[in-house]
Design a protein around this ligand. Sequence first.
Ligand SMILES: *[C@@H]1O[C@H](CO)[C@@H](O)[C@H](O)[C@H]1NC(C)=O
Ligand SMILES: *[C@@H]1O[C@H](CO)[C@@H](O)[C@H](O)[C@H]1NC(C)=O
Ligand SMILES: *[C@@H]1O[C@H](CO)[C@@H](O)[C@H](O)[C@H]1NC(C)=O
Ligand SMILES: *[C@@H]1O[C@H](CO)[C@@H](O)[C@H](O)[C@H]1NC(C)=O
Ligand SMILES: *[C@@H]1O[C@H](CO)[C@@H](O)[C@H](O)[C@H]1NC(C)=O
Ligand SMILES: *[C@@H]1O[C@H](CO)[C@@H](O)[C@H](O)[C@H]1NC(C)=O
Ligand SMILES: *[C@@H]1O[C@H](CO)[C@@H](O)[C@H](O)[C@H]1NC(C)=O
Length: 488
Amino acid sequence: MRPSHRHPPPPLAPGVLLVVVLLLPSSALPPAAAVGVNWGFSASHPLPATQVVRGLLLPNSVPRVRLSAASSDALAALEGTGVAVTVGVPNELLRPLAASRKAAAAWVHDNVTRYSSGIRFEYIAVGDESFLLSHMQQYQSFVVSAAANIQRALNDAKLSSKMKVVIPCSSDAYQNTSTLPSKAYFRPEVNETMAELLSFLANHSSPFMVELNPFLSFQHKKNLSLDYYLFQLLSHPISDGHIKYDNYFDASIDALITALTKAGFSNMDIIVGRAGWPSDGAVNATPAIAQSFMTGLVNHLARKSGTPLRPKVIPIETYLFSLLDEDQRSIASGSYERHHGIFTFDGQAKYHVNLGQGSKALKNAPDVDYLPSKWCVLDNNRDMSNVSSSFSVACSNADCTALSPGGSCSGIGWPGNVSYAFNNYYQQHDQSEEGCNFNGLGLITTVDPSVGNCLFTLAIDTSTASSFHPILAMLQILVLCFCTYSLV
Ligand SMILES: *[C@@H]1O[C@H](CO)[C@@H](O)[C@H](O)[C@H]1NC(C)=O
Ligand SMILES: *[C@@H]1O[C@H](CO)[C@@H](O)[C@H](O)[C@H]1NC(C)=O
Ligand SMILES: *[C@@H]1O[C@H](CO)[C@@H](O)[C@H](O)[C@H]1NC(C)=O
Ligand SMILES: *[C@@H]1O[C@H](CO)[C@@H](O)[C@H](O)[C@H]1NC(C)=O
Ligand SMILES: *[C@@H]1O[C@H](CO)[C@@H](O)[C@H](O)[C@H]1NC(C)=O
Ligand SMILES: *[C@@H]1O[C@H](CO)[C@@H](O)[C@H](O)[C@H]1NC(C)=O
Ligand SMILES: *[C@@H]1O[C@H](CO)[C@@H](O)[C@H](O)[C@H]1NC(C)=O
């Protein structure tokens, strides 16, 4: 590898960088509505955080991000950039944080206070869709206590005037797939927790954060047209009493407002913590349809027309889901879950949408450091009797979601699909020889086996990520010394 050729050296002095970066947002046009993006970390070979921030967020004028967890790499990369940050507390931490005020204080200290002089935090999002039906009730009893402990820790750290605590809630807590917005109410089994949650939010003037999954809804409601989800003109809007709904988003927000009103909190502000459309892994999950959804949503918000129940009022913020594809996200709700990125896993834009950069095309991440151009495919000259078991082994570890019906690789047939699985496994194992064995069925090739839209990807080289920075830092110091010396 010759990193010096592939990575132009970053600006030298941190001070200079800070000035450059602080100038950027003010010179860019403000986004029409308060839109941000979700940035998650469930990837086997993630794009390095500095590249995400300097290569994607800043060049595309993204004003705010919601981190799924307090990744120290991400937070460090965001320091001094002016990008507003919402940081998530994963579900696994809810129980310990609910049990101990000390643990909450430590979480706030380590993941928020430490960065608070360089980062504008907006929200701490406690739990990740902890009310989701599929989670049963495993997180419900902890979520409000965890939020309250975090809130206390923020008070103690004198940070509570700068940021608020929110509790992301999936729309299935209040929206039955077969009922109209005016009939919505919080599910009986979440009733008690929800009453506490709403009281907590109201006590701190915090908004209600809702997570929408329009694609899941679309798959379930067979009788609603795609146009309804994509903000297209409808010849037959849905009638709810005297109100007519012509898009899923407004109907979903009004269902929430109805549920909040029935619970006695009719004026609570709303933030949409997640709204997106996948581009692969299912029928109707394509980049073109995802673009229609995203563009439709951003334009809809920019018009500030609000919903029938709250005319002229839009959610105070809306986070698009999501920034990048994540090959290790749970696929419990469907293979498409790993393909929500506006950008591919390696930071290449799949389509156009205004994230803050206006009508300009999205900029791709530059200088991505891939593993060498080597792929693993099925060796056709071998005894194929065991091939299906090797295929299963590969897919149970690797990401085979593009092979799902409707996916970008669903049409490549056999043995292409076996090669696809082998290659994905091989890349996930950093192209180790062993990662292309499969009882002798695997064959390493330097010829790209991609066919049409079905890409056999090369993984990002993550091995250099950690060793890279110290070397660069030393180089910077050397160059700085040299410059200072020669100036004197
Ligand atoms: C946040 O803080 C806690 C408590 O100190 C720590 O265990 C954890 O690793 C930190 N990072 C994340 C991502 O939660
Ligand atoms: C949705 O409503 C229908 C009809 O009222 C009911 O039969 C069904 O059980 C409800 N589903 C859920 C998930 O609450
Ligand atoms: C869709 O079907 C459900 C019952 O499955 C019905 O209640 C609803 O009104 C239908 N919606 C439309 C727009 O036809
Ligand atoms: C909200 O404040 C009221 C009045 O101070 C208090 O009784 C209630 O317990 C608080 N709710 C929560 C969840 O903290
Ligand atoms: C819980 O149920 C009671 C009684 O049905 C109702 O009055 C209250 O509004 C419900 N609370 C929530 C948060 O849904
Ligand atoms: C097929 O798999 C079985 C069990 O894993 C193994 O014993 C056998 O040697 C394999 N056959 C070939 C041709 O690789
Ligand atoms: C691979 O593709 C062939 C041909 O389309 C299909 O019959 C087979 O089920 C696929 N195998 C797997 C394991 O996906």
